[in-house]
Design a protein around this ligand. Structure first.
Ligand code: NCD
Length: 301
C-alpha cells in the first residue's frame, strides 16, 4: 500500500522520487489535462504573504480537479480564539481534508502541522529554513536548459544566510551532482552553508566568467535587524548589471525566485538579457506543483 507522505524538505524525496517528479512535471507541461486529484480536499494555509507560490499551488490544485479551500490566517480561530495549530489541523482532517499546503515565518512550523495532521503536508516555505517546491522548479529550469547538472557550476548570489530558497536549492543542486558557489558578503554567505561541492566567494566578478548559471536572491530584510553593509556597497559588489552580464559565458542563464528588486540585486539590463529565465521558472511552478501533489497522494506510477 502507498504510504501517506509529506514534502517538508527535499530530504523527504529519494533520488528516484526526485527524478520522477522532474520527469512527470515535464510530461504534464506537454499534456496538462491530468485530473488525478478529482474530489481530493486540499486546504492552503498561508500565514505569510505570497504571490507566485500561492497562485501556482491554487492553479495546480484546480487543474488536478481537487476540492480547494483557501484559509486566510486572520479568519482562523487560532488567531483570536486560542485554538492551537494542532487542534486546527485535527479539525480539518475530521472534515475530510487530506492535503494541506502551509507557509509560515517560523522555521519548522509545517513539521508541527505534519505531526498533528492525518494527511499530506506540503511546505510552501518556512522562515529561512526550506522551500522544497521552489527548489524543484529551479532544478527543473536548470535541467531543461542543461540536461544533467554534473559538471555544471551554479552561483547563488546575495543573502543566502536568510534564504529558504537558497537552502533548499543548494541541497537540490548537490543531489543532482552540480557544483555550487555562494557569493555574498560575510554575514550573507557564511561558512555554515559551505560543504562538499559548495564553495564561498566574496568576488562576484571573478566568479562570473566560470559559471553556467547565476541565481539571484532578494535581501530578506524581514529576517534580520541591520544590514551588514551600506546599500551602495552591496550594489557595487553584488548587483548583477550590464557590465557583469558581459562577463558571463554566452550560454549562461540567470534565475531569480522572485520577487526581485530592481536597482538592488539586479538592474534593468538583466530583465532583457537573453538568458534571463525568471518567466520559465514561474511557468514551471504549476506543472512541478501538480507533479508533487499527485505524487504525494498516489505515489509513483
Ligand atoms: C521567495 C519566498 O517567499 O521564499 N519567493 C518565492 O517563494 N518564490 C523568496 C523571497 O521572498 O525573496
Amino acid at each position: 500500500m502507498h504510504v501517506r507522505r509529506s514534502l517538508l524538505d527535499l530530504d523527504d524525496l529519494s533520488a528516484p522520487d526526485l527524478h520522477y517528479i522532474l520527469d512527470y512535471a515535464e510530461r504534464i507541461e506537454s499534456s496538462p489535462d491530468v485530473r488525478t486529484l478529482e474530489g481530493v480536499a486540499c486546504a492552503n494555509l498561508f500565514f505569510e504573504q505570497s504571490t507566485r507560490t500561492f497562485a501556482s499551488f491554487n492553479l495546480a490544485q484546480l487543474r488536478l480537479g481537487a476540492h480547494l479551500v483557501n484559509l486566510s490566517p486572520k479568519d482562523l480561530s487560532l488567531a483570536t480564539k486560542g485554538e492551537t495549530i494542532e487542534d486546527t489541523v485535527i479539525t480539518l482532517a475530521a472534515m475530510g481534508f487530506s492535503l494541506l499546503v502551509v507557509r509560515h515565518s517560523e522555521a519548522g512550523f509545517p513539521i508541527r502541522v505534519a505531526k498533528a495532521f492525518d494527511g499530506h503536508v506540503v511546505n510552501a516555505g518556512d522562515g529561512g529554513r526550506a522551500h522544497p517546491t521552489q527548489a524543484l522548479l529551479d532544478l527543473y529550469t536548470l535541467c531543461r536548459e542543461f540536461g544533467p547538472l554534473a559538471g555544471r557550476r551554479i552561483a547563488i548570489v546575495g543573502d543566502i544566510a536568510h534564504s529558504r530558497v537558497a537552502h533548499s536549492l543548494i541541497h537540490g543542486i548537490r543531489r543532482l551532482d552540480g557544483e555550487v558557489t555562494l557569493v555574498g558578503p560575510q554575514s550573507f554567505a557564511t561558512e555554515d552553508d559551505a560543504a562538499d561541492g559548495v564553495l564561498i566567494s566574496r568576488d562576484f566578478d571573478a566568479v562570473l566568467t566560470d559559471v553556467d548559471a547565476v541565481v539571484l536572491l532578494r535581501i530578506q530584510h524581514e529576517r534580520f535587524d541591520a544590514m551588514p553593509l551600506s546599500m551602495e556597497e552591496y550594489t557595487r559588489d553584488f548587483q548583477l548589471n550590464a557590465q557583469r552580464l558581459a562577463k558571463l559565458a554566452t550560454h549562461a542563464i540567470v534565475l531569480h525566485p522572485g520577487p526581485y528588486n530592481r536597482g538592488i540585486e539586479l538592474d534593468e539590463s538583466v530583465l532583457s538579457y537573453a538568458g534571463w529565465r525568471y518567466a520559465r521558472q514561474v511557468a514551471a511552478g504549476v506543472p512541478i506543483r501538480m507533479a508533487v501533489l499527485d505524487f504525494l497522494v498516489h505515489g509513483m506510477r
